[in-house]
Ligand binder design. Sequence first.
Ligand SMILES: Cc1cc2nc3c(=O)[nH]c(=O)nc-3n(C[C@H](O)[C@H](O)[C@H](O)COP(=O)(O)OP(=O)(O)OC[C@H]3O[C@@H](n4cnc5c(N)ncnc54)[C@H](O)[C@@H]3O)c2cc1C
Length: 381
Amino acid sequence: MDFALTEEQTAIFDMAFAFGQEHIAPFARQWEAEGTIPKSLWPQIGELGFGALYVSEETGGAGLSRLDATLVFEALSMACPSVAAFLSIHNMCAKMLDSFASDEMKARIMPDILSMKTVLSYCLTEPGSGSDAAALKTRAAKTNEGYTLNGTKAFISGGGYSDAYVCMVRSGEDGPKGVSTVYVEDGTAGLSFGGLEEKMGWKSQPTAQVQFDDCKIPAANLVGEEGKGFTYAMKGLDGGRLNIASCSLGAAQQALTMTLQYMSERKAFGKSIDQFQGLQFRLADMEIELQAARVFLRQAAWKLDHGAPDASKHCAMAKKFVTEAGSKVVDQCLQLHGGYGYLADYGIEKLVRDLRVHQILEGTNEIMRVITARHLLAENH
Ligand SMILES: Cc1cc2nc3c(=O)[nH]c(=O)nc-3n(C[C@H](O)[C@H](O)[C@H](O)COP(=O)(O)OP(=O)(O)OC[C@H]3O[C@@H](n4cnc5c(N)ncnc54)[C@H](O)[C@@H]3O)c2cc1C
């Protein structure tokens, strides 16, 4: 067993970190205030191969492992978890398309997805169905030319901003077997968007409802087979959970680094506050928690890469553990900054707000426990 990163993995991490520090970190607060990420950022990220991290090399992607990808998201989140998490959604969609779309469809759409000229959103959640995603109601009625879509998707990251939407829609019976995946391009007649949601964090990402009103798409925009869409959507999520966990890890690590620096400079009662043993113990606890989170996350990624039978369980467990550890750490870091932690200028309060949603999306942390318990009970029978 070797816990060390390879030279190549270290280079991937370093490249992502350097890019984030130069092109994202200095603007993160401005983009948060503006409520959007400039579209010009994405082709730069695409040039590094980060728009298709684990898309196969045959399709033109970087062909990296899921473990490699966690390094990219951890490193980019040290600059801004909101931007990194948005990229993770694009990558999740790109992988779904690479895995399940026809060769004709891939030839048509993938080049622009790889370069990030096309930015993708993932549309599963609806106003009436979140955790119980298989209850989705958006209808895809078959026509001679393709499908007519009617319904609403809720909470869509990049709604009204992205260039194309990977949507789970009901083309058949109730339940998971009646769900198909379709590709809807921005500008399609009948596609519209709700107003921007006001959120606690992830503010640089536009979030909006995606609405279909007699929205007609060609048959060629069905991804894979009819009725398989729920399986495709769930396959994307194991890796998506690793990515979100990586975003929590990177941001929390960054907060801890900033806190160590702050505590070495801030004086109280005649000494720097990192000299109080009670506070040192809190630093030690955060270090222990983050190191444990990192090992657990990378093990889950390794299991997914190796097709281990318990990979889904480990992805779920890691998502829950790491996102909660990340939130606890950034909250502690805020506390250790005293009043300054509460001020936007110090960069910590944004992380507290940004990381909170990681416990809710890509499956809530309650659902992560549902998955873990289901596997646990099955293993015991
Ligand atoms: C900022 C943001 C961005 C998002 N981006 C996207 C996106 O791009 N695409 C997309 O498709 N979705 C997106 N989502 C939606 C997100 O995935 C859902 O909010 C999430 O899956 C939870 O669904 P819900 O909000 O309907 O909560 P519900 O499913 O209604 O859950 C409410 C509460 O009940 C709990 N609960 C539900 N069922 C169970 C159960 N069986 N056992 C125990 N507890 C349970 C939940 O854990 C939760 O605490 C986003 C959400 C947010 C906030």
